[in-house]
Design a protein. Structure first.
Length: 255
């Protein structure tokens, strides 16, 4: 596993896909949240100002980081999903999958190493988003400053970001079965649409992909309170998907 982990982490570090995704999510995402918050509190008129104000979850840092939460709930699933799809799908798209059969390391071990590297990367990205959001908020002079409140909201941001990111691990199974990253990217688009429908019909709490978004707007009028079982669906689905993916890699054949 150690050898496979070292190889996979080198692949990820040299990947332009992972680099671009990390930069966009780590920097652009908090900047967008600050932009929406600024528009919401500026008292302006127009459709953008109205939408931003409607999504405002509070004042000061609560409102600002609440905007980042809502963006992260969707962007982390899509952004991390692209990287997951690339990590598993490239072995088929680049036709390197058959060569894995000649390696002394089992294919299931390789798949497990891929997941381990991805989880570490997701944790780093989630923390990076929180750090950049803190820096941008301080530079922009978001007030009032309350260290306890800010720390609590930043911790919540990390949890929501990580929750949305780990859901994208399901794309490893799709990319493997579909033997390429395009099926996974297409599946993500469908999931986002179905998530909106699930929330619209009030069943979002039981649809794992909707849970991070509902966490981001928790406390707002009309938003149901998530139960521990519903929250557990997120890591449960991710774990099940990883197990199935590793199992598929162990039994997959060259076609």
């Amino acid at each position: 596993m150690r050898a496979a982990f070292r190889v996979e982490i080198r692949k990820l570090l040299r990947s332009r896909v992972a680099f671009v995704a990390t930069a966009l999510m780590g920097v652009l995402l908090p900047a967008m949240g600050l932009g929406f918050y600024t528009v919401a509190v500026s008292g302006g008129t127009g459709s953008l100002a109205d939408k931003a104000a409607a999504l405002l979850t509070g004042e000061g840092w609560v409102g600002y980081l609440g905007q980042v939460d809502q963006i992260a709930a969707v962007a982390l699933f899509l952004g991390a999903g692209v990287v997951v799809a690339w990590v598993f799908g490239r072995e088929h798209s680049d036709r390197t999958f058959p060569s894995l059969f000649a390696l002394p390391v089992g294919r299931g071990t390789i798949a497990g190493a891929k997941f381990l590297v991805l989880i570490v990367w997701m944790v780093v990205v989630s923390v990076l988003i929180a750090v950049v959001a803190l820096i941008l908020g301080r530079v922009a002079g978001v007030a009032p400053w309350d260290a306890g409140v800010v720390l609590s909201e930043l911790s919540r941001l990390v949890v929501i970001s990580l929750g949305a990111a780990v859901l994208s691990l399901t794309m490893g199974l799709v990319a493997s079965i579909g033997r390429g990253y395009l099926p996974a990217i297409g599946t993500m688009s469908v999931i986002v649409a179905v998530t909106q429908i699930a929330v619209l019909f009030g069943t979002g709490g039981w649809f794992p992909f909707a849970v991070p978004g509902l966490m981001a707007v928790a406390g707002m009028e009309g938003i149901p309170t998530l139960t521990p079982i519903q929250l557990a669906l997120v890591p449960g689905l991710a774990a099940a998907s990883m197990w199935l993916t590793v199992r598929w890699w162990r039994r997959a054949e060259v076609i």
